[in-house]
Ligand binder design. Sequence first.
Ligand SMILES: [Zn+2]
Length: 168
Amino acid sequence: MRDFARGGLSASGAVSPTGASHPDPLGLAFDAAREAASRGEVPVGAVVVRDGAVLSVAGNRPRADRDPTAHAEILAIRAACAAIGDERLTGCDLYVTLEPCAMCAGAISFARIRRLYFSAADPKGGAVEHGPRFFNQPTCHHAPDVYGGLRESEAALLLRGFFRDRRD
Ligand SMILES: [Zn+2]
């Protein structure tokens, strides 16, 4: 599942509802992850895109919001639903810098996300390629197409740097 076609993306020429163009949604997710790290959050960022338009960008906020559900993916899904006025994100794609956990995988399924692109695998907390492998379960009624391992080393460096700084 590491067959991400970068060419298809850059050709889309993303345009957000505000008119701003962004051809690199994963780059936006990395920006949000770094911004989360600067606030002392675990560095994870997520972006929802539809038809090349960026609907939402979010970084992790559990500490800031005192909310264990405030993962980047959940916040990005909520904001995208609000932006389009729908409880489902049919035809939307989610970009995230870390393999989603079980909670976020569930939300991705309920939101009917079309494609999931993620960077670093998370053997400890991930639920897509690890642990419960949520999308492969018979109780999962919508599974996105999954493309993992994009810019994996960049994401791994970001996470390692964050946890090293916290130990020092
Ligand atoms: Zn999560």
